[in-house]
Design a protein around this ligand. Sequence first.
Ligand code: NI
Length: 269
Amino acid sequence: MHELARQVRFSVNPFLPEQSEGANSFASMPSGEGLAIFFELSVELAGEIDHATGFVVNVAEIDSKVRQHAVPVFISKVKENFCMAEHISLFTVTEILHLSWNQLEGIFVPARLNKLSLKLNPFRKIMICSEDSDMVFFSEKFEFAATHKLWNNDFTDVQNRKIFGKCANPTGHGHNYVVEVTVKMPVSGKDFSIGDFEKIVDSELISLIDHKNLNLDIEYFKSVIATVENIAVFAWEKLVKKFPASAKGGLHCVTVWETDKTSCSYYGC
Ligand code: NI
């Protein structure tokens, strides 16, 4: 089984009676004219490789079908909300994703639609999936800078340097970390506030670790090695108190990137 993901980007101007088509630009089919709303819809399909083509599904077919079946849903719902001067809430965005899902489900057979996610800005996304279809997943990335040193006092200096390499530098070293926090909630949930969510992540996590020496300033890391794996666990333990994980939703996942090349996701177990 393979999971193939494709991003389809487009722009919608809610005030135009007809959307104009551009060429193969960044997000130009439709092109939006003037100040338009830019969308990035990510489609994940699960399936087996077709041995004649080497594809799960030809990405040109994904683009074409998404533009034919899902983009009109976005155009129509966005225009409808603008015409009625109605706020497009996360609930409405989820509704648009579900309507798009209904349009796309079953048209990539034998591959099946696995996930549909929409980027709300470069750091935020909202996602629905086949596995947990009653839930919607909201993710946001946050940045923090910190110093750490990878060291185990039970090892000799030689062992520490051999295992942790440059990361065992006695005075530490820094990273610009990124942490992505994903919460899930029932699709009918209307009371989620991005602003409140961000304030909680900031007060419960980011403010504790940003511009800090993790080994010296954070009690937890005096007995736990501050690897990206353990930072993900630390972040989970801080945040799950505010977003208790249950069947009804709450904290779903924490992913920490130490560099572009190294990240770790933790789901609480
Ligand atoms: Ni490091």
